[in-house]
Design a protein around this ligand. Structure first.
Ligand SMILES: NC(=O)C1=CN([C@@H]2O[C@H](COP(=O)(O)OP(=O)(O)OC[C@H]3O[C@@H](n4cnc5c(N)ncnc54)[C@H](O)[C@@H]3O)[C@@H](O)[C@H]2O)C=CC1
Ligand SMILES: O=C(O)[C@H]1O[C@H](OP(=O)(O)OP(=O)(O)OC[C@H]2O[C@@H](n3ccc(=O)[nH]c3=O)[C@H](O)[C@@H]2O)[C@H](O)[C@@H](O)[C@@H]1O
Length: 548
């Protein structure tokens, strides 16, 4: 709870510096049922006899347990003093008959498909500069895997839903244009790796300015830093032509991959910010970040406690259950794991950190940086655990990696913890046998031979085999490392798998989804997150009095 207060207080500083209203941010963040509305009141800081003392105690315990990363993470709550603006701008009473969405990715594709399903009278064209992506959207095998998406696309495609590379025509014909292009972290220049790269948003705005011929409502759906709408407006208005007018709205998307269709149909909240209240617009733009920062922080918090549980013999699942029963905290997003992945959490938080630094708010920047640091620590800790258990060497050992996507029910591998784990094991000389039910083989090889992962792609190619089924992936291996929580992994025939493995056979469950007692019964050595199942390795100290 103290962390929630510190988090909203940290954002109050950002709001003061950027002109957003922290109350609106808190209201909208609290509408996310995974976060909840309680204990989000920004204030001069938390007091009372418990919060500070309890956190300091946790920090002290972590230091004693030799968990300095976890101690530093919680210490930040002490250092750190220490957006629902439903602004329904009447869209000039325009009747929207045609919509164009620029960007046919994980957001643009599913969002427009559901919109087409729900609004059969509106014609929706999703455009993208990638010919390959559009070709896939028009084929039997869609470019992204999302439960329920195939059926929605089948119902609407060719009726009122179209996918095209003809961006200009779609813009000209549309009354309303969504900008749903990617906003990755900059890969070079000032703010490299952290600041949001808005070149694609700018490119889309310039394209609209160039070809638009009538009145347009432009809706910024990409996650952008505060005041990006202003830049879009500047570009559009500076290139104004007679008979053309623009209204800019912000409508950040909160869908999560793997549950996108349900999130779109049963959204916790829909936020629309308009020009007439600049604070409102700033708050709306800030929201996607704020919500993502809170969500990622919940995972890093429970992951930090998983390290404490492993060191003390407690079970993090029980801890999460008990903590989540407090209605001010809530039970969702408290699943300890190998670390969070995905295209947004890391980039959005790094961007928040960067902006805080630019706003001269170093304490706030350090506070949120800890969420990323804890995630890196968790991924390294898990990989380290695998190596340590396998007698501190995995050179030439065959290791099966089950799951490569960043979470179940998606084929997306962006920032997947599996990449981090694979890299560590490959660097140590392991031979990897990888299976994921939805990730393309080509994508796995692309991720593992990328310059960020290796400077010797040929060596990686020789050390990685990708399989079409879990039994061939695990056959003859020394260990199984489970990185994604696919349901099918729970019901595999582990007796058969055990029989086909080298002995002793190890299994490392990075998602806490398997039946550990059953696996132990079969004969596996089992390790997981946040619960000690095997006796810790004892460091032998020669000549120590304990050996006498
Ligand atoms: N992936 C997710 O779950 C969520 C993403 N977001 C945000 O939504 C935005 C889009 O994310 P994704 O859909 O994941 O990205 P994505 O990378 O899957 O798709 C973006 C698409 O935009 C296209 N594009 C870029 N510039 C273009 C231009 N000028 N003209 C035509 N096409 C262009 C790219 O070719 C690409 O296919 C980002 O800002 C992201 O932060 C928000 C909520 C959820
Ligand atoms: O801005 C975005 O792009 C989106 O980012 C996240 O959605 P997404 O990244 O698709 O997936 P999440 O369900 O949030 O999971 C992110 C990562 O956290 C991990 N996670 C999640 C929950 C949990 O309890 N523990 C945990 O480790 C997942 O396995 C995954 O690796 C947010 O949940 C969406 O609301 C937001 O719209």
């Amino acid at each position: 709870m103290a962390q929630r207060i510190s988090s909203i207080n940290s954002l109050s500083a950002v709001c003061e510096a950027t002109g957003a209203d922290v109350t609106e941010v808190a209201k909208a963040v609290g509408l996310d049922s995974r976060i909840g509305a309680k204990f989000l009141q920004a204030s001069v800081g938390f007091g009372g006899s418990c919060f500070q003392k309890d956190i300091l105690n946790l920090v002290y315990i972590c230091e004693c347990l030799n968990l300095p990363e976890v101690a530093a993470y919680w210490q930040q709550n002490i250092f750190e003093f220490d957006y629902l603006v439903l602004n329904f701008t009447s869209i000039a009473k325009m009747v929207i008959k045609r919509i164009c969405c620029i960007g046919a990715g994980y957001v643009g594709g599913p969002t427009c498909s559901v919109m087409a399903l729900k609004c059969p009278d509106i014609i929706i064209t999703v455009v993208d500069k990638s010919k390959e992506r559009i070709m896939q959207w028009n084929s039997e095998k869609l470019p992204i895997y999302e439960p329920g998406l195939d059926d929605v696309v089948k119902t609407c495609r060719g009726r009122n839903l179209f996918f095209s590379t003809d961006i200009e025509t779609a813009i000209i014909e549309a009354d309303l244009i969504f900008i749903s292009v990617n906003t990755p972290a900059k890969s070079f220049g000032i703010g490299k790796g952290r600041a949001a790269d808005l070149k694609y948003v700018e490119g889309a705005a310039r394209m609209i300015a160039k070809v638009a011929t009538g009145d347009k409502v432009v809706v910024e759906k990409s996650t952008v830093p505060v005041r990006a709408a202003e830049s879009i407006l500047k570009i559009l208005r500076a290139n104004n032509k007679p008979g053309v007018s623009y209204q800019i709205l912000s409508n950040p998307e909160f869908l999560a991959e793997g549950t996108a269709i349900d999130d779109l149909i049963n959204a916790d909240r829909v936020l629309i910010g308009g020009e007439d209240t600049p604070e409102g617009q700033a708050a709306i733009e800030k929201l996607c970040w704020a919500a993502n920062a809170f969500l990622a922080q919940r995972i890093s918090s429970i992951n930090s406690l998983s390290a404490v549980c492993e060191a003390t013999g407690a079970d993090v699942t029980e801890v999460a259950k008990a903590v989540g029963l407090d209605s001010r905290i809530g039970a969702k997003f408290l699943q300890a794991s190998v670390g969070f992945g995905g295209s947004c959490f890391q980039k959005d938080i790094l961007n928040l950190v960067y902006i805080c630094e630019c706003l001269n708010l170093p304490e706030v920047a350090a506070y949120w940086q800890q969420v990323i640091d804890m995630n890196e620590y968790q991924k390294s800790r898990f990989s380290g655990k695998v190596i340590e258990a396998l007698f501190n060497t995995v050179t030439d050992k065959r290791i099966a990696l089950l799951g490569f996507a960043f979470k179940k029910n998606t084929g997306d591998t962006r920032e997947s913890p599996a990449i981090h784990v694979s890299k560590t094991l490959l660097d140590e000389g392991a031979k990897l046998h990888i299976y994921d039910p939805k990730v393309d083989h080509k994508q796995i090889m692309y991720d593992l031979t990328h310059a960020c992962v290796t400077d010797d792609p040929e060596k990686v190619k020789n050390s990685v085999s990708i399989h079409d089924d879990p039994y061939s992936a695990t056959s003859g291996t020394h260990a199984i490392v489970l990185c994604t929580e696919w349901d099918e992994f729970v019901s595999l025939d582990y007796e058969k798998i055990y029989d086909g493995m080298m002995k002793p056979a190890y299994i490392f469950d990075g998602r806490k989804i398997l039946d550990h007692s059953q696996l132990l019964k079969i004969g596996f050595h089992v390790e997981t997150i946040g619960k000690r199942l095997c006796r810790p390795l004892v460091n032998r100290i020669w000549g120590s009095p304990y050996q006498i």
